[in-house]
Design a protein around this ligand. Structure first.
Ligand code: 5RP
Length: 225
């Protein structure tokens, strides 16, 4: 395992240690969250921890089943105590770019549903300004070229995301365009503009949502609130 993976594992395990008996837990997606799900399943088995999770992707649900994390859904549960998720970028105000794993819509649903959103990252994700990571935006397949054209007017060249040479289809049946804005000066303003475009389902900008960031670095783990 390389150093970055070790840091991801460490923050995933740290986050699992913060989950308490009886909690309803939103579970994000990504290679960092994978370690969280694994460690949480271990606590369920070893300590008899009684929790229920809601996954933010089909793959997250599969991991939960594999590692023995009990699941529920929004039909029975409307509020979550805590959501744990990764991120592609985190700025000093805890504004985020997410969606590298194409799960941003469901991730934003579980982020909004939670009393507390905890983000787990290795230190490479901490940035001074959002935007070096191309912003993922989920859009409807219908007239996607037209939607991408409107996004382009905001100052980037959107790229349709592919998987194995084919157009990537999200868990919601939509497309993702990756939008290289390079340096996003006003994340909240950009989010509002993107959200106003017909055809945009959701953006990877998570504005004023994160409460806590757990960062894995060469000096160890730090928790910022
Ligand atoms: C998925 C996400 C992930 O949380 C983000 O891409 C970080 O992933 P990783 O932990 O693999 O670096 O937003 O849509």
């Amino acid at each position: 395992m390389n150093t970055q993976d070790q840091l991801k594992k460490a923050v995933g395990e740290k986050a699992a240690s913060l989950v308490k008996d009886g909690m309803k837990v939103g579970i994000g997606f990504g290679s960092t969250v994978y370690w969280f799900v694994r460690a949480l399943g271990e606590r369920v088995k070893q300590e008899g921890l009684e929790i229920e999770g809601i996954p933010s992707s089909i793959m997250t649900g599969e991991w939960a089943k594999e590692f023995g994390v009990p699941l529920t859904d929004f039909e029975t549960t409307k509020e979550l105590d805590i959501t744990i998720d990764g991120s592609d970028e985190v700025d000093p105000d805890f504004q985020l770019i997410k969606g590298g794993g194409a799960a941003l819509f469901r991730e934003k649903i579980i982020a909004q549903a939670a009393k507390k959103l905890i983000i787990i990252v290795d230190e490479s994700k901490m940035v001074d300004h959002l935007g070096a990571f191309a912003l993922p935006v989920e859009i409807l397949p219908f007239a996607w070229e037209r939607t991408a054209y409107e996004i382009e007017k905001l100052g980037c060249t959107p790229v349709l995301r592919l998987k194995d040479g084919e157009t990537l289809i999200t868990d919601n049946g939509n497309y993702i365009v990756d939008c290289p804005f390079e340096k996003i000066k006003d994340p909240a303003g950009l989010d509002r503009k993107l959200q106003s475009i017909v055809g945009v389902v959701e953006t990877g900008l998570f504005i004023d949502m994160a409460d806590t960031v757990i960062i894995g670095g060469s000096e160890g783990i730090s928790i910022k609130e």
